[in-house]
Structure formats: structure tokens, C-alpha cells
Design a protein around this ligand. Structure first.
Ligand code: 13P
Length: 250
């Protein structure tokens, strides 16, 4: 079986750098050769985490744990107050950047046009964009076909004119995020196939992660499926024991 990716999205957590380092150390201790692990942490914590990792890692050993960003701005530098560009992130060893998370779309009013600019910049700079897509509950209620059409339209808008590059898609149905009600694994797999089909011509084989109420108990139901290449985990990634279970579910 191909290696799976277990990615954490810490969101606006934990409350301090000290707690972030503690959580990171606990996760870094988990070993599963069948999994790659990615920790997407708040910008502020990337430096202390990168430092911690350098000290933990014996020199020269290729790591299976990487640090990622939860967002990125599309400009490299300049008069963009609060902006953090891809190359700034790369200076901390970050090569994976989440874009288009539904919480960014909701709370920060990010539009598909903005997500598209981010995707263009990240891919152009040679980094990996993890594009988050997913339908709201009103759409899912209309059935799988409607949900697929919604996600395909999102992909089209978010990836319009982007250069061919390293792309991962996270399918995160909005209604499943933080609700304790994950998507049915067969629905998630069907959506993953639909996403892969939509992107195959331009991007070749694209990895699709599932996200939305994944925990230590349910992870196995998704990540062992052929069409699902891993998970993007929110709440359960903040509890080291729970996240360990997810990593070990592969
Ligand atoms: P939960 O795992 O808390 O449902 O969050 C999923 C998510 O939004 C990951 O990006």
C-alpha cells in the first residue's frame, strides 16, 4: 500500500508556544513507517517548532514528519500588513501550505479568486499546496451528485490557470468539520475519485485527504480505503494520544 499522509491542522491552537512545543514533541515521538505526518501550525509557532525539530532529529536522517502552514498570502513581500508569503514560510523549512480552508473562507471572507491567487503563488514557487474543498450541508442534502458538482466547481475556480505543480486536495465537507459527524467513508471515497478524475489531465495523480471529525476511532474507516490518501485532522490533532491513534491506524 502506498504511504498515507496524516496531516494536523491545529487552527488557532494551542494557546502558547510552550504548549505547542509540548504537543509537537509528543507527536514527533510516534513512529509509523506507513505514514507521513504533517503538522500545520499557526505561523507564530513555526519557528519554535522548527527549532525543536532540529534538536530532536538526528542529523542526516530523512524525516517523515514535516511542518506546514495553515494559510499563506500570495505576495512574496511588500506593503501587505500581516501578510506571510510562501518564501517566508520556506525559510522555516515549511513546504506544505493549506489554502482555502472553509474557516478561512467563512471568517476571513476568502473568495475563490483569493484562493486561486494563493494556489498560483504556492505552486509557482515550487511548494505543495493543500487545497481544501467541500460542500455545505444544504448541498449534501441534495445528494452525492450535487455535492460532486459543487466540489468540481470549486476546483475549477480555485485552480483556474495555476501552473502544474505539487498539489494535494483535502476534501472537507463543511458540515462534517468539528461536528462529530464525519462523512460516510463510501461517500468520501466517491468524492475522492471524482476529485482525482477532475484533476488527472492537468496534474496527473493527485493525493486526496479526507477531513471532518476524524478521530482515533474513525480514522481507520477512511485512511485504509484505496482512494483516500490520508486525513486532515483538526480537533483530534490537539490531543497527542488521539493523534497517535490516528497515525497508527494505517
Ligand atoms: P475536525 O477534525 O475538528 O473536524 O476539523 C477538520 C478540519 O477542519 C481540518 O482542517
Amino acid at each position: 500500500m502506498a504511504k498515507k499522509l496524516i496531516a494536523a491542522n491545529w487552527k488557532e491552537n494551542p494557546g502558547s508556544a510552550k504548549d505547542a512545543v509540548r504537543l509537537f514533541k509528543a507527536v514527533a515521538a510516534v513512529q509509523n513507517p506507513r505514514a507521513d505526518v504533517l503538522i500545520c501550525a499557526p505561523f507564530l509557532f513555526l519557528e519554535p517548532l522548527a527549532d525543536t525539530y532540529r534538536r530532536l532529529r538526528p542529523a542526516g536522517r530523512k524525516s517523515r514528519l514535516a511542518l506546514g502552514a495553515e494559510d499563506v498570502f500570495w505576495e512574496e513581500k511588500g506593503a501587505f500588513t500581516g501578510g506571510i508569503g510562501p518564501k517566508m514560510l520556506a525559510s522555516f523549512g515549511v513546504r506544505h501550505m493549506l489554502i482555502g480552508h472553509s474557516e478561512r473562507r467563512k471568517w476571513f471572507r476568502e473568495t475563490d479568486a483569493m484562493v486561486n491567487r494563493k494556489a498560483k503563488q504556492v505552486l509557482q514557487d515550487g511548494f505543495t499546496a493543500i487545497l481544501c474543498v467541500g460542500e455545505p450541508r444544504t448541498v449534501r442534502k441534495k445528494g452525492s451528485r450535487a455535492a460532486e458538482a459543487f466540489v468540481r466547481a470549486q476546483l475549477e475556480k480555485d485552480l483556474k490557470g495555476v501552473p502544474k505543480g505539487k498539489l494535494i486536495v483535502a476534501y472537507e465537507p463543511i458540515w462534517a468539520i468539528g461536528s462529530g459527524e464525519g462523512a460516510r467513508p463510501e461517500d468520501a471515497a466517491t468524492m475522492a475519485r471524482c476529485i482525482k478524475r477532475a484533476l488527472a489531465r492537468k496534474f496527473g495523480k493527485v493525493k486526496v485527504l479526507y477531513g471532518g471529525s476524524v478521530d482515533g476511532k474513525t480514522a481507520r474507516n477512511y485512511v485504509t480505503l484505496k482512494d483516500i490518501d490520508g486525513a486532515l485532522v483538526g480537533g483530534a490533532s490537539l490531543k497527542a494520544d488521539e493523534f497517535k491513534k490516528i497515525i497508527n491506524s494505517i
